[in-house]
Design a protein around this ligand. Structure first.
Ligand code: HEM
Ligand SMILES: *[C@@H]1O[C@H](CO)[C@@H](O)[C@H](O)[C@H]1NC(C)=O
Ligand SMILES: *[C@@H]1O[C@H](CO)[C@@H](O)[C@H](O)[C@H]1NC(C)=O
Ligand SMILES: *[C@@H]1O[C@H](CO)[C@@H](O)[C@H](O)[C@H]1NC(C)=O
Ligand SMILES: CC(=O)N[C@H]1CO[C@H](CO)[C@@H](O)[C@@H]1O
Length: 330
């Protein structure tokens, strides 16, 4: 009896700790049911990124947030309504930029005309993210398809293990390893900060009143710190002020992020910490020296996170609209 109980227990624990459901997803999932799937997303992505260059970073971040909370199931796209306060209103969503939501809506609208009720919002978000990363210079990787859209998006009780720049690196590492991501994978994924921007409030603690003796974080490159202090001087009055994550090549997906870290040009304290901590420093060195290696590892880690807690079969639905459940009262 004891043995059986133990066996059962271990089985359940391993399922809940590492809920990767890779087996049911395939790269050609829409081949018959929606043959233009790839083409439609690719066209939507190209148009949008050309007209609005902030789209790639906004979408990549949105995808990361979606996968982290409740798995890659488009739960982050659900809008709050009278019946439900949705996940995206949680304070971890700190201002997810609208362009990420918009690209999914655009692709969904075209796909609904072409093949109604077939393509999930979560597959659109995963594929659009991959296409956008590629479009701004990053690596291509395969996205397995067949995700269903989640039936839960809650403001209360959401996964509190969301990494914030103010957390210690040990805490951030523990959040990644709890989801079966290695330290190396965490460092590779953080390379996403080679594009996009961060609002002043995310790093102002490094610029103003840093410590009792130092006004500004001494690990910053002095010129860089000065530029940021000027930029963010009025950030409490104007909270929209933001700085590029990668000050050298802000719109290009490359390994400059890691080179920046070595020169005191890391923006968030969680970025700068990767170059200070002995557990992460060797990976920063490696990716700074070898972009090919960074691209390989980033691509593999993105494939992996794209499968995190995905829903298949009756665990979810194909939403009609990406911002609401099909049953509006849930
Ligand atoms: C390691 C822990 C991480 C922390 C603490 C963190 C924190 C942040 C913060 C605070 C911002 C600025 C948000 C704003 O002010 O609007 C940001 C931006 C961004 N993050 Fe992260 N992040 C982390 C990991 C990741 C990962 C794994 C990815 C994707 C794979 C990612 C992708 C992005 C992107 C692309 C942006 C720019 C968004 C934009 O320009 O709209 N981050 N991150
Ligand atoms: C955990 O991650 C490793 C390395 O990426 C992977 O090989 C393994 O399959 C993952 N474990 C589970 C249960 O998904
Ligand atoms: C900050 O506000 C002051 C006074 O309103 C103004 O003179 C200055 O140009 C502003 N700086 C920035 C960077 O917006
Ligand atoms: C860079 O990484 C790639 C891919 O892992 C590897 O084949 C290559 O030998 C590396 N280059 C150097 C100079 O180490
Ligand atoms: C607390 C917070 O920042 N909530 C925001 C989450 O994202 C939505 C959509 O962009 C905003 O409307 C909320 O204000």
């Amino acid at each position: 009896m004891t043995f059986h109980f133990l066996y059962f227990h271990i089985f359940i624990v391993s399922l809940t700790l590492f809920p990767f459901t890779q087996s049911k997803l395939t790269t050609n999932y829409y081949q018959k049911s929606c043959p233009k799937f790839n083409e439609i997303i690719q066209n939507a992505v190209t148009d949008k990124q050309i007209s609005t260059p902030t789209t790639a970073a906004a979408t990549l971040r949105l995808f990361f947030h979606d996968c982290w909370i409740e798995g890659c199931d488009a739960s982050v796209l659900i809008a709050t309504n009278t019946f439900n306060k949705a996940e995206r209103d949680g304070d971890i969503n700190l201002s997810l930029a609208g362009d990420g939501f918009d690209i999914v809506t655009r692709a969904k609208t075209t796909l609904e005309l072409e093949c109604p009720g077939i393509v999930s919002c979560s597959d659109i978000l995963a594929t659009a993210t991959r296409d956008l990363v590629k479009m701004v210079g990053g690596p291509f990787y395969k996205v397995r398809l067949g995700r269903k859209d989640g039936l839960v998006s809650k403001y209360e009780g959401i996964d509190v293990s969301f990494p914030l720049p103010t957390m210690s690196l040990s805490k951030i590492i523990s959040y990644f390893t709890a989801k079966n991501f290695t330290i190396q994978e965490m460092v590779a994924l953080s390379g996403a900060h080679t594009i996009g921007f961060s609002h002043c409030k995310e790093f102002s603690d490094r610029l103003f009143h840093f410590s009792k003796t130092k006004e500004t974080d001494p690990t910053f490159h002095p010129e860089y710190a000065k530029g940021l202090r000027d930029l963010c001087a009025n950030y409490t009055k104007d909270p929209s002020m933001a700085a590029f994550n990668d000050v050298m090549t802000p719109g290009k997906f490359d390994n400059m992020y890691y080179l920046n870290l070595q020169r005191g040009l890391g923006l968030l304290s969680s970025d700068a910490a990767l170059w200070v901590d002995e557990r992460t420093k060797p990976f920063v060195k490696m990716y700074a020296a070898n972009q090919t290696k960074f691209f390989e590892d980033f691509a593999r880690a993105m494939e992996k996170i794209s499968l995190y807690k995905v829903k298949t079969g009756n665990q979810g639905e194909v939403r009609h609209r990406c911002d609401s459940f099909n049953d509006l009262k849930t």
